[in-house]
Write a protein that binds this ligand. Structure first.
Ligand code: 5AD
Ligand code: SF4
Length: 474
């Protein structure tokens, strides 16, 4: 198709949605769609939704209402598609609850977007009845989703997400993921490597491997065997141009010896691990069907720290799970105190339709949930502030990613994903700089460049990262 149409994609929720949004954009670029930053300007708006908590899911309806109103006020007609996990979970219900939706499309059907949109457009001319596509088709969507062009990769900067695994077989009793994203599926090793090579050739330096249960990765390799995550990371670290590898999100049960050893052996694997624990109470962990207890979590943290002393941890927590008592919550606070996190996400339990926990008795009152989340977040904020403060005066490799707020400034990321502001020219974007951290604020660090790929030979000074373990002993 030769006519140019404008596309606006808004993603809610997790990093997989960010990745999916890019793949949808790449698919539609072939159909003549170009991206715009403004929904009001777009011929097609895609809301890429999240169903993990009620608040996230409700956002789609307020956004749909806002779009409808803006369309009516401007007297213009846009195509509107709802994608992502709300689409998968609620399907045709969305058409009943919100007017003006042309297409509801689940995450396994994004490769069919061009035909679905053409179909929806044809219908739109006759009657306003939306299309719903939430099947889990037999074909692998990744075989049909086109790769981004080198120009698109360059525009997205030197870091990229790559989905390596999708879905989850763990069935934690609070979680919708096994229902919205389906059973665990891993992409074949060769296809992931091809994608990473293409990204690296276009200038990407850091790859984050993503999956709902990424450390359970078990993709087929060329010899017909199964490759695990440590092997995948090793192969990706060897791709010319790739300097850093990360992976997220992991389950404690799948942190095996080989993966822990990879943290010791592969300098490209960043010393920062997001490892959701959810609760510090064994009673609650059992009711959540987490398949691990607090002792296993402590053991993993100790083993990972022994392998890579500079590692820092982040995690996810849920407070107010059905039946959680004050004593259970105290166990969570105790776990946080003992481990020490560089950063973390914490949530009030939100009952999700169709999950076992939604039907459990002993739902915790809202007031208790609020009190507990405030206490937990205050502790986690203190730990984050202490971790950031301990970075002052240290030297890190920073990957310079984009221009800063003021001319002459660039923003990069530390190994621990902290934003770091430095004075450097635009040409240094995409390079690793050695930076001494000078100032620390709640939002970012700032520092001085001492050397690096763009700036020439580094001074022969010892550079070392700090891990949370060191900070706690200090
Ligand atoms: N309520 C609150 N938080 C949830 N999470 C997942 N499901 C729920 C729920 N029903 C949180 C978990 C998970 C993160 C992605 O979202 O902490 O790790
Ligand atoms: Fe959800 Fe548990 Fe699977 Fe994570 S491991 S996606 S929390 S069911």
């Amino acid at each position: 198709m030769s006519d140019t149409r404008k596309l606006y994609v808004r993603s809610f929720g997790c990093q997989m949605n960010v990745y999916d949004a890019q793949r949808m954009t790449d698919t539609l670029a072939k159909e003549g769609y170009v991206e715009t930053d403004s929904p009001d300007d777009a011929d097609l708006v895609i809301l890429n939704t999240c169903h993990i908590r009620e608040k996230a899911a409700e956002k789609v309806y307020s956004e749909l209402g806002r779009l409808k109103k803006a369309q009516e006020e401007a007297g213009r007609r846009q195509m509107v598609a709802v994608a992502g996990c709300v689409a998968q979970a609620e399907g045709g219900e969305i058409l009943k609850r919100a007017r003006g939706v042309d297409l509801v499309v689940g995450p396994q059907s994004y490769h069919k977007l061009p035909e679905l949109l053409a179909d929806a457009a044809r219908r739109g001319h006759n009657r306003r009845a939306g299309i719903v596509e939430t099947e889990f088709p037999v074909e692998d969507k990744f075989d049909f989703l086109p790769p981004p062009t080198p120009a698109a990769i360059a525009k997205r900067g030197p870091t990229a997400f790559v989905t390596v695994q999708e879905g989850c077989d763990k069935f934690c009793t609070f979680c919708v993921v096994p229902y919205t994203r389906g059973a665990e599926v891993s992409r074949p090793l060769a296809k992931i490597l091809d994608e990473v090579i293409r990204l690296a050739e276009a200038g990407v330096r850091e790859v984050t491997l993503i999956g709902q249960n990424v450390n359970a990765y078990h993709g087929a390799d060329a010899a017909g065997r199964t490759a695990n995550l440590p092997e995948l990371v090793r192969r990706i670290a060897e791709v010319p141009g790739i300097a850093r590898v990360r992976y997220t999100t992991s389950h404690p049960r799948d942190m095996d010896d080989e993966l822990i050893a990879a943290h010791r052996e592969l300098p490209a694997l960043m010393p920062y691990l997001h490892l959701p624990v959810q609760s510090g109470s064994n009673r609650v962990l059992a009711a959540m069907n987490r398949k691990h207890d607090r002792e296993l979590f402590f053991d993993i943290v100790a083993r990972v720290r022994a392998a890579r002393p500079d590692i820092a941890f982040s995690s996810d927590f849920i407070v107010g799970f059905p039946g959680e008592t004050e004593a259970d919550f105290t166990e969570t606070m105790d776990l946080v105190e003992r481990v020490g996190f560089a950063s973390a996400f914490s949530f009030k339990y939100s009952p999700r339709p169709g999950t076992p926990a939604a039907g459990m008795g002993e739902q915790v009152p809202e007031a208790a949930k609020s009190e507990r989340i405030h206490a937990l977040q205050a502790l986690l904020d203190r730990q984050k502030a202490a971790f950031d403060a301990a970075c002052r005066g240290r030297r890190f490799d920073i990957l310079l990613e984009k221009p800063g707020r003021f001319p002459g400034q660039l923003i990069g990321r530390s190994p621990y994903l902290q934003s770091v502001v430095v004075e450097a020219p635009l040409e240094a974007i995409g390079t690793l700089a050695e930076v001494e951290v000078r100032e620390v604020s709640t939002k970012s660090l700032s520092g001085d460049i001492c050397g690096g790929e763009f700036f020439g030979e580094r001074p022969a000074r010892e550079s070392r990262f700090i891990g949370q373990g060191e900070k706690l002993e200090a």
